[in-house]
Design a protein around this ligand. Structure first.
Ligand code: HAM
Length: 430
């Protein structure tokens, strides 16, 4: 027993669960490519300012959740990425991708780090898959990323999800709304908590995101951004809703949805799962035309995207029994060696089977035949291949179907052929 435990908020993924991860990741890769997205892999850490500027200094993520460090006393502060969007935009601008093609569709799967209080579904190291559509911004583009996200959930068989969407309008809409919020909250200054007082000055929209139950009623009575939208913002939002309806994607308009990151404009959305507790958001995203300029680009770069939490998705799928049918690939052959001095020969046979594409396991602990058979059953091998002195002498091996107990003595080539051909497998009553 080690004296060390995994750090709170991190967890190990053991082989059985890793199989589930690989299955979900395979669906993400397939569907992202179906929609024309290509994979991008970006560094795990970036300069801290990237997130301060990108996500917004008054957000919870930047204010209290970043793992930042300074590699040397004079060096710039670095931060483990708490999300991907800022890094993906940084990479796009740095490589000047938009000069080669006007639109870039990028997706990712990767680890993120947030110093949140760990609880069910909330970790300090977690993973997301997500996609960013950069270079064009329109109701069509944002509906594409929502559709891809919902398509992934649907392909995995997940049910009980609720998609909420809202519009945050354009910069001018939000400036008007900001003033309205300040005017609304100002008379209640005394009852606001410290975080909200600070937000009132810098970013009153964030007050709407407050989790403080004492402010619930006050927040509920606040003006709605929707009432401050100009006609073009309204039409934009209606078009997004139209596209979703066209694709039979059920959604709810939620005018209180502001999201925890500051870079959004126009459409923002979030998906919750009924299988999760307090941390029920399984994915979210929106349009973020102003992020590039925040990062120092001379102009806005239209963009939209989403990210979904892998752990929360996996919890939901587990609860819904969606991994029950997951099978490890192919039949597994367990080589049972009669006596120790045949181990070298058995290893050679294992190598030939594996080169032939057959998943093969062999006892390296030189246990008794009985113990080897027990092991073959424990790892749910489909076949046992016996190697004894007679087999060694003749080059013919006994292959036993462990489900039916039927067995045949065959040359290694015949064994390979049988294990490869579905029709031949029937001979062994598979
Ligand atoms: P976000 O809402 O902060 O958005 O995170 C997206 C998802 O990541 C959440 O819905 C949740 O499932 C998962 N998640 C977040 N924090 C944790 C945590 N501590 N533990 C486990 N899962 C977590 C973003 O990150 C944006 N970058 C999304 C986006 C992409 N917007 C535009 N493009």
């Amino acid at each position: 027993m080690s004296q060390y435990q995994a750090v709170k908020g991190t967890r190990d993924i053991f082989p059985e669960e890793a199989t589930q991860w690989k299955y979900v990741e395979a669906i993400v890769h397939t569907l992202a490519s179906l929609y024309g997205f290509s994979e991008i892999r970006i560094p795990i850490f970036e300069y801290t300012e990237l997130f301060q500027r990108g996500i917004g200094s008054t957000t919870d993520i930047v204010g209290k959740e970043m793992f930042s460090f300074q590699p040397d006393p004079k060096g710039r502060s670095l931060t483990l990425r708490p999300e991907m969007t800022a890094g993906v935009m940084r990479a796009t601008l740095q490589k000047n991708l938009l000069s080669s093609a006007p639109v870039h569709k990028l997706y990712y799967i990767g680890e993120l780090f947030r110093k949140e209080r760990p609880q069910a579904g909330r970790q300090r190291q977690f993973s997301q898959f997500g996609a960013e559509l950069i270079g064009v911004s329109s109701p069509a583009a944002v509906s594409e990323v929502i559709t891809l996200m919902m398509h992934v959930f649907e392909s995995l068989g997940v049910t009980g999800l609720k998609l909420r969407i809202n519009t945050l309008g354009d910069t001018a809409d939000r400036a008007r709304y900001r003033e309205a919020l300040q005017a609304y909250f100002a008379p209640f200054h005394e009852i606001l908590d410290d975080a909200s007082k600070e937000r009132l000055e810098k970013n009153p929209l964030r007050i709407l995101d407050s989790k403080n139950p004492a402010l619930e009623e006050l927040v509920a009575g606040a003006p709605r951004l929707y009432d401050y939208l100009n006609d073009s913002s309204l039409r934009d939002f209606e078009k997004v809703c139209f596209y979703l309806a066209e694709r039979n994607i059920a959604y709810h308009i939620d005018h209180r949805l502001v999201r925890g990151l500051d870079y959004y404009s126009h459409t923002a959305f979030e998906v919750t799962s009924s299988e999760l507790g307090a941390q029920d958001a399984i994915g979210g995203g929106g349009r973020y035309d102003g992020l590039a300029r925040e990062l120092g680009n001379s102009s806005d770069v239209p963009a939209s995207g989403f990210a979904a939490g892998m752990e929360r998705l996996l919890i939901t799928m587990e609860k819904q029994g969606l991994f029950a049918a997951l099978q490890p690939f192919g039949p597994l052959v367990y080589i049972v060696v009669q006596q120790q001095d045949l181990t070298d020969h058995a290893l050679q046979i294992a190598w030939r089977l594996r080169k032939g594409g057959i998943k093969t396991e062999i006892d390296l602990a030189t246990r008794s035949m009985k113990a080897q058979m027990r092991e073959a059953n424990r790892i749910r091998a489909s076949y046992a291949l016996f190697i004894g002195t007679a087999e060694y002498a003749t080059g013919n091996y006994t292959l036993k179907n462990l489900a039916t107990s039927e067995q045949k003595t065959l040359s290694l080539d015949a064994v390979l052929q049988i294990l490869h051909e579905p029709a031949a497998k029937k001979l062994l009553d598979l």
